[in-house]
Design a protein around this ligand. Structure first.
Ligand SMILES: Nc1nc2c(ncn2[C@@H]2O[C@H](COP(=O)(O)OP(=O)(O)OP(=O)(O)O)[C@@H](O)[C@H]2O)c(=O)[nH]1
Length: 297
């Protein structure tokens, strides 16, 4: 098979610039969680885009930021080990916000990965006027020498094919696909279910919670007697006050979370799901190496 290209691509950029939404739009299935709150992406999730001419393996990183807690440090280590390994880095900046110190900080970090080809992606062009987009393209081109600068909208699906083919061209030639053609992610079932639950909990809560929330799956039980899968999950927060927020008055919030989280899980499993959510407090887990390990970081 000549002229087949396959390899790893990672999107980086400030929180909230649309990396997860873009990953999902390219892959066409819900693999990375999105949220209107910054920094909700925590682990390197791979989405896989299959094309006739090649295969893009998307590595979704938590975003580069200055570490404040032990969790922050681990996340940065994760970012470094991920980026040291990819063929192409897609630097994302939104069309509707001026380039600021946060963008420059990340752009500077990209010098540490000389082996990766670098592409600039101007996101959310549906949310900006033509002039604004043009100005942003110009501003981005001044940051460094890019292999390509591509304006896109993930939500309006503008220029996604262009982006895919530009990225494919930059990937190394490969004798064939790196992953089976029917794979969309190499993440385990449990991790995907845990991410869906996290996403449902984060919907409609204040800023403080995202960092303080971890979800683990205790058990997934397939019932023989009913067409039902039982999922037992734990939600860990850091403080009693957060536990109260997550549970809500008389358990109202956690019930809503259950209803919301069940939808994508049922779609993923193709079965009806019984979801048990237990909220637990693990004091200051972000700063405690032992607890971080137990929660999968
Ligand atoms: N108008 C518009 N909004 C978008 C687009 N892509 C993403 N968004 C919105 O921008 C917000 C952030 O999107 P995410 O994909 O979660 O951003 P992210 O960069 O992955 O954020 P972190 O996970 O925090 O690093 C969400 O509210 C999205 O709906 C787009 O193409 N157009």
């Amino acid at each position: 098979m000549s002229d087949y290209h396959a390899g790893f691509v990672s999107f980086v950029g400030r929180p909230n610039v649309g990396k997860s939404t873009l990953t999902n739009a390219l892959v066409g299935e819900k693999v990375a969680i999105t949220s209107s709150k910054p920094q909700t992406t925590r682990r390197a999730i791979r989405g896989i885009v299959h094309q006739r001419g090649g295969q893009l393996v998307l590595v979704d990183t938590p975003g580069i930021h200055r570490p404040r807690t032990l969790l922050g440090e681990r996340l940065n280590t994760l970012v470094q080990s991920t980026l040291g390994d990819v063929d192409v880095i897609g630097f994302c900046v939104p069309a509707d916000e001026k380039i600021g110190p946060g963008d420059r900080f990340i752009n500077d970090q990209l010098d540490d990965y000389p082996n990766a080809k670098k592409v600039a992606i101007v996101t959310k062009i549906d949310a900006a006027g033509k002039t604004q987009v043009a100005e942003q393209l110009l501003a981005v081109s001044a940051l460094r020498e890019w292999e390509a600068i591509i304006p896109i909208s993930a939500t309006s699906r503008i220029q996604l094919d262009t982006l895919t083919s530009e990225l494919l061209k930059l990937l190394p030639e490969s004798p064939g696909p790196l992953y089976p053609e029917d794979a969309v992610t190499d993440e385990g079932l449990e991790e995907r279910i845990a991410e869906y639950i996290r996403e449902a909990v984060l919907e409609g809560v204040e800023d403080e919670l995202p960092h303080s929330l971890a979800v683990t799956i205790d058990d997934i039980v397939e019932r023989d007697d009913k067409d039902l899968v039982e999922v037992y999950a734990n939600l860990f927060v850091e403080r009693d006050s957060q536990k109260a927020i997550v549970i809500g008055k008389g358990g109202s919030r956690i019930r809503d979370v259950g209803v919301e989280a069940r939808k994508p899980i049922e779609q993923l499993l193709g079965r009806k799901v019984f979801l048990s959510l237990r909220v637990k407090v693990a004091k200051d887990w972000q700063r405690d190496p032992k607890q971080l390990g137990r929660l999968g970081f």
